[in-house]
Write a protein that binds this ligand. Structure first.
Ligand SMILES: [Fe+2]
Ligand SMILES: [Fe+2]
Length: 227
């Protein structure tokens, strides 16, 4: 490992702060099911004990990250916002409607199958609506103001965005529940496979998207940053 990590310091550090500072940490947190997005202000030590995890196991996994193999988002605010828009907002808009179509098909064709994800299409459709309204608020109001001013405080709109992100997180947890964490039944058809692969990618993408906003971008424009 190339990065020296002090276990005691790590234990008391907010998980979102670690995710923002250490490229590759988000993948480790996802693997251990630790919420670094909406629960990002909790110290890593508290987050691991809440999940019944061995702190040392998570700390060792973080220490083992190879910094060479990591790609990170741009650090400069304007470039970071452009990255969020092109890599995440556009991707959600492109991919989500197809997921709804796939979910409708699977629910219809396999409606008698005990493992069919009943309700997933409606859930995804509701999520598209809420996500669209949320992304528009960022694209038309908050992000241009951040890009125009480069600094300054936007506490009230950011609080609202963080609240929306909590709602997105609830949707993702429901998707995981409905799909039993994307476990395909034996002999699942191609459509079903494509649906779960796409839904898992949605969870990964939206988690990373919210992380970049909650833990990297927003603290630059808040009176009191995380931690
Ligand atoms: Fe966004
Ligand atoms: Fe957002």
């Amino acid at each position: 490992m190339n990065v020296e990590i002090d276990h005691e310091q790590l234990r008391s550090k907010p998980i979102g702060e670690i995710a923002a500072a250490l490229p590759g940490a988000t993948a480790i947190f996802r693997k251990f099911n630790l919420d670094f997005c909406c629960g990002g202000d909790i110290a890593l030590g508290d987050a691991t004990s809440k999940r019944g995890l061995e702190f040392s196991e998570v700390a060792q996994a973080l220490a083992a990250i190879d910094p060479e193999g990591q790609t990170s988002a741009p650090t400069e605010t304007e470039a970071l916002i452009d990255h969020i828009l092109s890599r995440y907002h556009e991707t959600h808009r492109r991919e989500l409607p197809e997921l709804v179509r796939l979910a409708r098909k699977v629910e219809k064709v396999h409606h008698l199958h005990p493992k069919a994800p009943h309700g997933l299409a409606d859930l995804l459709e509701a999520m598209i609506g809420e996500l669209e309204v949320h992304m528009k608020k960022e694209e038309l109001i908050l992000f241009p103001a951040m890009q125009r001013q480069g600094s300054g405080k936007f506490d009230a709109p950011i609080t609202q965005m963080r609240h929306d992100h909590d709602d997105h997180g609830q949707y993702l947890r429901q998707i995981e529940k409905l799909t039993e964490n994307f476990q395909l039944p034996d002999g699942a058809c191609r459509t079903w496979q494509a649906l779960y692969k796409g839904a898992e990618k949605l969870v990964d993408d939206l988690t990373e998207h919210v992380h970049l906003e909650n833990n990297v971008l927003f603290p630059r424009f808040e009176t009191k940053a995380l931690g």
